[in-house]
Design a protein around this ligand. Sequence first.
Ligand SMILES: [Mg+2]
Length: 245
Amino acid sequence: MCLLCKSFYCLLLMKRYKDLFFDLDDTLWDFERNSEETLKELYHRFLAQELGEENCTLFLSTYHRINESLWNEYKLNRIKKTEVAYLRFLYTLEESGSNNVSLARILAEEYIRSSPTKTNLIPGATEVLESLNREYKLHIITNGFTEVQIPKLLNSGIRHYFTTLTTSEEAGCLKPCSQIFSFALEKAKAQINQSLMIGDDPEGDIRGARQIGLDTVFFVKDSKNLQIESTYTIFELRELLQILS
Ligand SMILES: [Mg+2]
């Protein structure tokens, strides 16, 4: 009988996970905060004089809207990653009243260079990885650009926890496509019924992983997404330790 729920069925349903697959951005590495810090630094360094110190917030919200829209185009294979990196700054500058093409190129390069040097992690990330690393094999499945994602792991001091890293570029498609999850499982030599996907994106991480039959932990950032079905739901990263210990 299961000691937790006193049910004879529970033990039958319980799975012994061996491999844990983590999303990176906003699940472990605080993308929102790190990106905001980088963009503010770039604004003050390159744009404040021309666009005005007081317009930084407007610039950032314009950038976020344009970046999201270009990423959606990239996910649909309509534009290349180099175009996303450049056009998000070119279009933001245009909307802000500047047509400085060379400045857009500089901002694109500086953002790619600088943002992965940021080291803010989601609260509890190091503690949780340190603890889980003793019992499980840990892996990353991420949609970001390879040359950006790996430095993020190295600079924030969490690279050594992971046995394998799978990026969308390497797998040939972005989450939620099934291929990236299958590719990561194969690379990790992991069994699907002993593996768990943990992520904050209801579409990319959770629906994608469920499509191929992976168990999932949905790390909820926005309660409007709560209707998504997942094996487990957490609101703080540390709750993983209760599920997996
Ligand atoms: Mg994420």
